[in-house]
Design a protein around this ligand. Structure first.
Ligand SMILES: *Cc1c(COP(=O)(O)O)cnc(C)c1O
Length: 427
């Protein structure tokens, strides 16, 4: 498969080139030149099998069959249950991977795909990643102890939950963390600058692991097809995706173009509502992010929006046909967590709660009563304090988190300046 740049000014590249490149030379993001048509999976098919058949359609020209099978079976060996939470509303639980967040899906697939190409090239890479929480832990865990790789995680100091931070500052080995005195947007800007800096690749090969990397983005289409194996068709389907950088939603819209039968998507955000505002009023106004309880979605200038624009050739009218916006405050988020828990006993983390609110909002706008589904992107225990505050009682930590809490943290504090990052990366 060839990849084009959303900027329209860069030559088409192979999967391998797109995977190692990060952004395209014209500043755009890589997108597949053509999207294959996928047959719906059989009812009850395992997630791994569905993932494998979508992966084959996407990557079979570029990765030998057995290698692809190993990447999928080794990387995506966990469950993705679809849980009914109340009348006509389902939660797709994407948080059963090793770091209990949906980012495990993209990160684990990408790490193994990179390794496949690295072995053939015989070269080392440094994976550079900015995180507001979940990306850092998912990427660090996905690459931890993978030969020939080093991971550098940039995070905004004091803006990541203690538990989240533990997951990438306590691994050691080939994983190092830099605590930036600034916001997530600063971290992202510094990473972007590193990729634009011609000096750096000469020093050491850098690879991006943010959701702009096609190796992370495309495997996220797998779980949308998985939905079709778990839900009986009939009623129209509404899918609410909790969004920050919009990688998850982009994958959903790609999946729809590839044949996934959803009638509408809801772009659910916290008060960082650049996209819902655009969908409602037609003005796209990126701005600095605001801190919220759903901090993995505190993004003021979502990078993947360029891909959605590309997919719909910039037509707001066409985007609106597939996509509805829904933005929610922290108060509403806490209220939804409390409310659903009291009524049903189902626990939501703050990100999934925003998606749940988005699903409810979406249902009120559809004439035929749809089946609504929201993507649950993190295990509630990852946001223990917020969840306990919302439901006014204690929750238990799963063993993976409880163990991380006991390990000592290691990170280097740096100012929010590119120079500091460059110095760190230079030998
Ligand atoms: C990253 C993240 C999101 C946002 O996903 P995007 O693909 O950046 O829109 C939502 N929820 C959680 C828990 C996350 O970690």
């Amino acid at each position: 498969m060839r990849f084009l740049s959303t900027g329209g000014e860069a030559p088409a590249v192979s999967l391998e080139e797109a995977l190692f490149a990060g952004p395209a030379p014209d500043g755009g993001l890589y997108v597949p030149e053509t999207l294959p048509r996928i047959q719906p999976p059989a009812a009850g098919a395992s997630f791994t099998d569905t993932a494998l058949s979508v992966a084959r359609a996407l990557f079979e020209e570029d990765v030998p069959r057995e290698a692809l099978e190993e990447i999928v079976r080794d990387g995506l060996d966990f469950e993705i249950p679809l849980v009914p939470v109340e009348e006509g509303v389902y939660s797709l639980e994407l948080f059963h991977g090793p770091t209990l967040a949906f980012k495990d899906v993209g990160a684990r697939f990408m790490a193994r795909l990179l390794l496949h190409f690295l072995r053939r090239r015989g070269r080392d890479v440094t994976v550079l990643v900015a995180t507001s929480g979940d990306t850092g832990s998912a990427v660090a865990s996905a690459f931890y102890r993978l030969e020939g790789t080093r991971v550098v995680v940039l995070f905004p100091r004091g803006k990541v939950s203690a538990l989240q931070q533990k997951l990438f500052t306590t691994l050691g080995g080939n994983v190092s963390a830099l605590g930036v005195e600034g916001t997530f947007d600063d971290c992202q800007r510094m990473v972007k600058q590193a990729f634009a800096d011609r000096d750096i690749p000469a020093i050491r090969s850098l690879v991006s692991a943010n959701s702009i990397n096609v190796g992370r983005l495309l495997p996220q289409t797998f779980y949308y097809f998985h939905i079709s194996s778990r839900i009986e068709s009939g009623a129209p389907l509404l899918v609410a995706t909790p969004s920050g950088n919009f990688g998850n939603l982009t994958a959903g819209l790609f999946a729809k173009r590839m044949g996934f039968r959803a009638d509408r998507f809801v772009a659910a955000t916290n008060v960082n509502d650049v996209v819902p505002e655009y969908l409602a009023g037609g003005t796209y106004r990126p701005r600095p992010s605001v801190a919220t309880l759903s901090n993995a979605m505190d993004v003021g200038d979502p990078s993947n929006w360029a891909r959605i624009q590309w997919l719909y050739r910039g037509s707001l009218e066409e985007i609106r046909r597939d996509l509805l916006g829904s933005a929610h405050t922290d108060e509403e988020t806490l209220g939804a967590m409390r409310d659903l828990y009291r009524r049903t006993g189902y626990l939501l983390d703050p990100h999934s709660a925003v998606a749940y609110l988005g699903a409810l909002h979406g249902m009120t706008t559809q004439r035929n009563r749809p089946t609504a589904l929201f993507l649950s992107t993190a295990h509630p225990a990852k946001f223990q304090e917020t969840v306990e505050r919302a439901i006014e009682s204690k929750i238990e930590l799963p063993p993976a988190l409880a163990q991380a809490l006991d390990r000592p943290e290691r990170f280097l504090p740096i100012p929010a300046e590119y120079g500091a990052l460059k110095e760190y990366l230079s030998p």
